[in-house]
Design a protein around this ligand. Sequence first.
Ligand SMILES: Cc1cc2nc3c(=O)[nH]c(=O)nc-3n(C[C@H](O)[C@H](O)[C@H](O)COP(=O)(O)OP(=O)(O)OC[C@H]3O[C@@H](n4cnc5c(N)ncnc54)[C@H](O)[C@@H]3O)c2cc1C
Length: 279
Amino acid sequence: MIPFEFEFYTPETVEEAVKVYMTAKSKGLLPMYYSGGTEFISRARRNEIQVDLVIDIKRIDACKLCKADEQELTLGAAVTLTEIIEADLFPLLSDVLLSIATRTARNKITIGGNMMSNLPYKEALLPFLLADSEVVIAGEQGIRQVNIHDVYTDRFSIAPEEWIVQIITNAKALQASYYHEKRTRQSQINYPLVTATSLFDSENTRIALSGVSNNPIRVKQVEDVANDLKKAKDVRVVEMVEALPTQIIDNQEGSSAYREFVLQGMFHDILSKREELQK
Ligand SMILES: Cc1cc2nc3c(=O)[nH]c(=O)nc-3n(C[C@H](O)[C@H](O)[C@H](O)COP(=O)(O)OP(=O)(O)OC[C@H]3O[C@@H](n4cnc5c(N)ncnc54)[C@H](O)[C@@H]3O)c2cc1C
């Protein structure tokens, strides 16, 4: 049971959702955007959050869009992980989403909810970081479309009243060769110890990681080392780990040393896959 009372709004337009948020704020109330609701419900039950008003974005048409044309793939923030997997328009994304939670949970969890999760993993972000996707953001000033790297480095920097409406990915990235490996502490269905993803374009290897630091990261310095073909593979693997900007996290799920060991193996596999593709 949720131990507090709150109002539940289901706006039908992007503008209405922002308006509800701003009106609540002006009355001194605590509003919150809501998509699949799985994280909201579990945090509320544990008394980790307290809100006065919830704004469910699922009735907004733009948030339910899941469509690709010759130019791009558009995913609404309220599309569920299952819907995206079944549409299978971005193979790397489908693969990553299939490794998140159980089918029952994936029927509820949405792409926007995973990207904006308060948990550190946010694995759905990885393919979008690799593909340099664009994010459509709604706020008090209207709607803006920006490159994901302009609003996300190791966390999203958007205003509290802003929210994600859609994620748009260039069609070129959708069919690129990729690598995805998720290592968990125990069962296959679990939060990652380390998840490594890679997209290979004609010249470069792109790499994004989850489980290594407080949020998913894509690090240019790591990619620069990976792409420095003058160096031997084993040397690059060591230098890629050294190029990480932060200390690898250390917690009860796994020590920093163990994560580093796992990561080295994954970096090795990424570089080997690149070699295979170039043969
Ligand atoms: C059984 C289970 C296993 C899981 N395993 C994994 C895993 O292996 N890897 C992983 O990465 N995650 C995992 N998760 C976490 C899950 O992906 C997140 O909790 C996710 O936030 C849930 O999505 P939702 O749509 O239900 O979010 P909600 O509960 O609706 O929202 C979550 C947060 O995001 C905000 N939010 C939602 N939509 C938007 C939006 N469009 N714009 C701005 N903010 C928004 C909300 O305000 C809230 O703070 C697991 C969850 C469960 C239940």
